[in-house]
Design a protein around this ligand. Structure first.
Ligand code: NCD
Length: 306
């Protein structure tokens, strides 16, 4: 049995198989409509979510399975002081697979050690978000036709944005990837990403403050929201929150085939006028999130039964 804590828990070949399966699920949904008949997914969400939780639920329903769970710590026994280890021991007897989101880094990992069902990390604090990364990879591969030879701009909150950390970790495994890291000074990537991931693997990258400077070079722009809930004080958040706003005039600086991705939710960092631009792919990306989670659930359940 395997869990998914970090995108690197999967090999490049395994990721490619999951993405192939997800593409097939998009085209032939009927073929998979009963793949999980009689099986249950538990969604244990100790932190708010719309897309991740609902796309997990939609994924399991599309496979013919059922879902149970909670969507906030207040509505679970965590509010009474129950540990994630105890919760998962109990849930292991109620469901066949589980997705967990938690504000504390490493909480899903702790749960996986006590679990007798596969645990999927659906976001742990500012750390990792592997299923968002699978979504991003499926979007890039489907719309760009490749995962190699890309210049990728990551813009916004690169310090607290877990989707950014997971995406960098994953993309460096493909040939000829370059990064432009676009953020205010205070929201630059954590030093472990700069030193232990980028520099250690000799990945070309540049840290810049101005989006306008980076835009003309990019094959792909990954925008992110400033992660309000991870700030220690409101003042810093207010100062940072509108640092970047991608609008029509900035899009003129970009290549005609540059993709704009965003894990969503968006706050102000992409103005709604960009939504009509054919390069805006973030709503399509959210749809891919369902297919890739279907493929992941089916794959983990298959490995569990091997
Ligand atoms: C992201 C997350 O939860 O980290 N959202 C998501 O899962 N699509 C991004 C964010 O909250 O900014």
């Amino acid at each position: 049995m395997r869990h998914l804590m970090n995108p690197l828990d999967l090999t490049v070949e395994e990721i490619s198989e999951i993405l192939d399966l997800a593409n097939d699920m998009e085209v032939n949904p009927k073929k998979y409509a009963h793949s999980c008949d009689g099986l249950k997914l538990a969604t244990l969400f100790y932190e708010p979510s719309t897309r991740t939780r609902l796309s997990f639920e939609a994924a399991m329903l599309n496979l013919g399975g059922s879902v149970l769970g909670f969507s906030s710590a207040d509505s679970s026994s965590a509010a009474k002081g129950e540990s994630v280890s105890d919760t998962i021991r109990v849930i292991s007897g109620y469901a066949d697979i589980c997705a967990m989101r938690h504000p504390k880094e490493g909480a899903p990992l702790v749960a996986s050690m006590k679990s007798s069902i596969p645990v999927i990390n659906a976001g742990d604090g500012g750390h990792q978000h592997p299923t968002q990364t699978l979504t991003d990879l499926l979007t890039i591969r489907s719309l760009k036709g490749r995962l190699d030879n890309l210049t990728i701009g990551l813009c916004g909150d690169l310090k607290f944005g877990r989707t950014v950390h997971s995406l960098i970790d994953s993309m460096i495994r493909y040939p000829n990837i370059k990064f432009l890291l676009i953020s205010p000074e205070e929201l630059r990537v954590p030093s472990y990403i700069r030193e232990d991931v980028l520099k250690k693997h000799h990945i070309p990258f540049k840290e810049v403050v101005r989006l306008e400077e980076a835009l003309p070079e990019l094959d792909l722009l990954y925008m992110t929201r400033v992660q309000k809930e991870r700030f220690f004080n409101e003042e810093d958040y207010v100062r940072m929150k509108d640092f970047y706003i991608l609008d029509k005039s900035k899009m003129k600086l970009a290549r005609p085939d540059m993709l704009v991705l965003h894990p969503l939710p968006r706050v102000n960092e992409i103005s709604v006028e960009v939504d009509e631009d054919p390069r805006a792919a973030y709503f399509k990306q959210a749809q891919y999130g369902v297919y890739v989670r279907m493929a992941l659930i089916l794959t983990l359940l298959k490995w569990k039964n091997q």
